[in-house]
Design a protein around this ligand. Structure first.
Ligand SMILES: CC(C)(COP(=O)(O)OP(=O)(O)OC[C@H]1O[C@@H](n2cnc3c(N)ncnc32)[C@H](O)[C@@H]1OP(=O)(O)O)[C@@H](O)C(=O)NCCC(=O)NCCS
Length: 168
């Protein structure tokens, strides 16, 4: 069974492989990370771990039994009991409910482990799969998103009040 694990230094090589193998797939829906991300991966990765250590973010990876990364699920900009949710799933693992199940699990962790009461996620109008994931995980539309946050595409902010239970 894949396990949702808190990101740590040892995940680095598997995270890089995940990002490289799925770069074109992700770039079709969300902004590409850019060459600099890959060229300076070790520095960027260490910086993310430092942010996590500081409590600004909480990063999770869904790890398969062979150690490969199947998905990344992140809580960023944690402040005043709220955070922004982001996620991406390896192309080979899509279409099986992985994102929906893991977003639901992360909602439970966000409330129970991180003490958060609200999660927000922005998704573009063209990203039907992501909108479906959010809706099935109990998020509701909360207003228009700035295209600057979505690689220039129009979209919507979704929000989930974690205290309400928000679905299955
Ligand atoms: C979006 C993403 C996370 C979905 O991962 P996933 O594990 O396939 O998601 P799930 O299987 O849990 O659910 C996807 C749902 O969208 C549906 N779906 C997929 N493609 C679709 C499309 N083009 N149009 C409409 N619905 C679509 C699926 O049928 C499924 O719904 P169902 O369970 O009711 O059948 C994955 O495609 C991804 O990583 N995309 C690139 C990065 C990204 O967009 N991240 C989100 C940024 S907001």
């Amino acid at each position: 069974m894949p396990e949702l694990e808190r990101l740590h230094a040892d995940h680095g090589p598997a995270v890089l492989a995940f990002e490289l193998e799925n770069r074109a797939y992700f770039a079709a829906s969300v902004s590409d990370r850019g060459d600099d991300f890959f060229d300076r991966f070790a520095d960027r990765y260490d910086a993310r771990l430092a942010e996590q250590e500081a409590g600004i973010c909480a990063f999770y990876v869904l790890v398969a039994e062979d150690g490969s990364v199947l998905g990344r699920f992140n809580l960023v900009d944690i402040e005043d009991g709220a955070a922004q949710l982001g996620y991406r799933v390896a192309q080979l693992a899509t279409g099986r409910g992985v994102a929906t199940a893991t977003v639901r699990e992360l909602c439970r962790l966000a409330a129970g482990r991180h003490g958060l009461h609200t999660l927000r996620a922005a998704t573009s109008h063209g990203n039907a799969a992501s909108r479906k994931v959010l809706t099935k995980a109990g998020f509701v539309p909360a207003g228009p998103a700035d295209p600057a946050d979505l690689g220039g595409k129009p979209g919507t902010w979704y929000q989930r009040d974690l205290a309400s239970g928000g679905g299955p």
